[in-house]
Design a protein around this ligand. Structure first.
Ligand code: ZN
Length: 146
């Protein structure tokens, strides 16, 4: 673990609390690195999409609320489909205000016509791979698209 982090942790934690953390130091460092990268990607992508699409919520068209980046097909569904590498697929991203984003949560929003289009695209992808995992098969059956 980097010394800075170790010193920082020592200021806040007792020796007893610190021991198990230091034992997991490498894992923690990796987690921190991934979080930082994700945060940066998030910020930069939101700025890029705002430039391209306008500074406005794509559901309610308001722009006076805090704007956020949303995955139309939720991350959880992408991961269940083993399509982790499509996490950054911009066609699956939309700008939502904080209110619309919290209303949508991590559900599939079928009032958005893009949801079906994207599901068809992703299902075609996992179909072309031909190596369904159990979860993908269940999803495929659930949405029953061919
Ligand atoms: Zn909105």
């Amino acid at each position: 673990m980097k010394n800075n982090l170790q010193i920082l942790l020592k200021e806040f934690l007792s020796e007893k609390q610190l021991k198990p953390i230091l034992a997991r130091a490498e894992e923690l460092e990796l987690i921190i690195k991934v979080r930082k990268l994700k945060g940066r990607w998030h910020r930069e992508t939101l700025q890029k999409l705002i430039k391209e699409r306008g500074e406005v919520c794509e559901i309610c068209n308001l722009h006076d609320n805090k704007l956020t980046l949303d995955h139309i097909i939720p991350k959880k569904v992408l991961f269940d489909m083993e399509l982790d590498e499509y996490y950054t697929d911009e066609s699956n991203l939309q700008i939502l205000c904080a209110l619309c984003n919290s209303k949508k949560g991590s559900q599939l929003d079928f009032s958005n016509s893009k949801t079906i289009v994207l599901l068809e695209k992703y299902i075609a992808l996992i179909k072309s791979r031909g190596d369904f995992s159990k979860e993908s098969k269940e999803l495929y059956t659930r949405f029953n698209m061919n």
